[in-house]
Design a protein around this ligand. Structure first.
Ligand code: FAD
Ligand code: N01
Length: 540
């Protein structure tokens, strides 16, 4: 630990904020480059998303064979995933295994929240301040702070007076929660709420699901991975990873390049059925046809398919109708939920769905929840209310670049970056999988590796030239932001209200944040930039 009283803060070549998939790989890479580096992590363990989100049913929706590091063949050969979509605990074990295998822990400082970072123009260094008052200096500051790491804390009136216990999906107790015999209220029906609903329902005396907006959910078709499958994948893992690199979402899956409009109705239903019953998963469903996210009619076909499924599964017609997403939410414009028995759960006697769009929650009362129409008696409340996504973790830190310019001010109308990795006015600061990169629309582990590898090459290149200060120009940033917006506006993504565009938080600027053109198109852009002597950056 750095001595807090030292007048000269300890200096690092690189400080990395966050110990999730991104921070760990960045540390591994920094060491390979001979850097003195340290990771600062707010939590008391590594794992990021998978450290915090321990709620029942939490698991990935990109297959684990792809949602895992590819940088070490030894690692991918020795690790056996138990299921197609591994549960949270297994992903967390994997990340811990990575930390141990590569001896990363000695350079990871846990229980350390970064509160401020200031660039010293004269010395070309970042001064980083922690919540505990510690100061550390570095040449490069890498923000591996995550896109979904700042939960939206429920601000319901009366919550402090609630007599029961309440929990948040993204800050779940390590010891778990026993719902046995309890009347549980769940607020939030996004991916987290959808994953936990069947498990809570199976344990609790009664579950009331409070739904504000119905979202689309498709079956995961999760299954155990047997030895033969694992051996087969491992025998040609490189090939699978290479195919993933060339896929729009950075993962190995079958994409149909036909338009939903060029096939017969029977062929269309057959394709959707194959993805619903056989292939499973949200990313596979989104690739059922090439134009689902571009053509309103194609999108409507997918939406109608899922609505028909819901009506077929859920026996009570009123509940079924309530669960059907409405036309103002085109299919897939909000992250598709991926479930195991979500809709089926509403056929259980001990589960009720409440429409809080029609009758909003007015307050939490001592023994439950009050809506405009009715009181619900509850022993436990669960909030699966989402995140201050993509910008929240960066805006929570007081980051000041050249001439004291504040990131909070710069991003007041929405995030602006060059390539989703650098910000003009903030030299030597890099964001892993930030806004303006494929990020959350892709297999994140793949996109994280892409950024860390590209940045590594960039820093090597800069050092060779004797440059120590790297900064994106304002012109290149403006051009990139325009491009990101243009591409998004050619799709249906900005039509649905979602956290992708800040629409889940009151007062947050509405800007579509991820880069929708896909992983291969993005890689081509960043490789082009590199091949043109890192065009758009000033290195001196
Ligand atoms: P995180 O894992 O979010 O790690 C960031 C870390 O930074 C956290 O540990 C946080 O505590 C720390 N931190 C933040 N601010 C500070 C600070 N100021 N000081 C110190 N530390 C700080 N993506 C997929 O591609 N596929 C999936 O299947 C998938 N499933 C998901 C399931 C859930 C429940 C959630 C919430 C997200 C999921 N995601 C998925 C997205 C997921 O966030 C990424 O895949 C990935 O884990 C992000 O890794 P990261 O290292 O970038 O960020
Ligand atoms: O959060 P969300 P999440 N009163 O924002 C509701 C990843 N992830 O944690 O839609 C009442 O999606 C809100 O309602 P509305 C994935 O990328 C992946 O579930 O705003 N309700 C919504 O229903 C995902 O997209 C997996 O009207 C309130 C819900 O809470 C991202 O993380 C699993 C409310 C929030 O849904 C976030 O998912 C989990 C209020 N005041 C997470 N505030 C996988 O499957 C919010 N809501 C891999």
């Amino acid at each position: 630990m750095t001595d807090k009283t030292t007048p000269n803060p300890e200096f690092f070549d690189m400080l990395i904020v966050g110990a999730g998939f991104a921070g760990l790989y960045q540390l591994y890479k920094a060491r390979q480059m001979g850097f003195k580096a340290r990771v600062l992590e707010a939590g008391d363990g590594v794992g990021g998303t998978w450290f915090w989100n321990r709620y029942p049913g939490a698991r990935c929706d990109v297959e684990s064979l792809d949602y895992s590091y590819s940088f070490s063949n030894e690692l991918q050969q020795e690790w056996d995933w138990s299921q197609r979509y591994a549960p949270q605990a297994e992903i967390l074990s994997y990340i811990n295994h990575v930390a141990d295998k590569f001896g990363l822990r000695e350079d990871i400082q846990l229980n350390t929240r970064v509160t401020a970072a200031t660039f010293d123009n004269e010395r070309g260094r970042w001064s980083v301040m922690t919540k505990g008052g510690e100061m550390l200096d570095c040449e490069y500051l890498v923000m591996a702070t995550g896109c979904l790491s700042i939960p939206q804390i429920p601000r319901f009136k009366g919550l402090d007076d609630f007599k029961g216990k309440w929990y948040m999906s993204a800050d779940w107790p390590k010891e778990g929660v026993d719902f046995g015999g309890k009347r549980v209220g769940l607020i939030g029906t996004g991916s987290s709420g959808v994953q936990m609903t069947p498990l809570i329902a199976a344990q609790a005396a009664h579950l009331t699901v409070f739904q504000r907006t119905a979202n689309f959910s498709v079956p995961a078709q999760n299954e155990p991975l047997d030895r033969a499958t694992l051996d087969e994948v491992k025998a040609s893992y490189g090939k699978r990873r290479a195919l993933g690199r060339e896929a729009v979402t950075g993962q190995y899956l079958s994409a149909n390049d036909k338009s939903a409009l060029e096939v017969t109705p029977e062929e269309r239903i057959a394709e959707f059925e194959y993805r619903w019953r056989g292939a499973g998963g949200g990313f596979r469903m989104l690739r059922a046809f090439s134009d689902l996210m571009r053509n309103p009619q194609a999108n409507l076909y997918a939406a109608e398919f899922v609505r028909t499924k819901i009506r077929g599964i859920v026996k009570d017609p009123l509940t079924a109708e309530l669960l059907c997403p409405k036309d103002d939410l085109p299919f897939g414009t909000k992250r598709l939920c991926v479930d195991t028995d979500y809709y089926e759960t509403f056929n259980r006697e001990n589960v009720a769905l409440v429409d809080i769009k029609a009758s909003p929650i007015t307050e939490v009362i001592a023994n439950g929840v009050r809506t405009q129409g009715k009181d619900y008696e509850l022993d436990v409340l669960v909030f699966a209310t989402g995140f201050d996504a993509m910008t929240g973790a960066l805006m929570a830190i007081d980051i000041r670049g050249t001439s004291g310019v504040s990131l909070r001010d710069k991003w007041a109308a929405g995030p602006v970056t060059y390539l989703g990795i650098a910000i003009s006015g903030f030299p030597n600061l890099f964001v892993i999988a930030g806004p303006g990169s494929p990020s959350v629309l892709s297999n994140m582990v793949h996109s994280i590796e892409t950024h860390v590898d590209w940045l590594g090459e960039f820093l090597r290149h800069a050092h060779k030239k004797g440059a120590r200060r790297i900064e994106a120009t304002q012109a290149s940033e403006e051009q990139w932001v325009r491009h990101v917006n243009d591409i998004a506006n050619q799709t249906l993504y900005p039509v649905g209200n979602s956290w992708y565009l800040g629409g889940n938080m009151e007062g947050k600027p509405r800007v579509f944040m991820p880069y929708v053109a896909g992983v291969p198109a993005y890689r081509k852009k960043i490789e082009d930039v590199a091949s043109k002597d890192y065009e758009g950056f000033v290195c001196e």
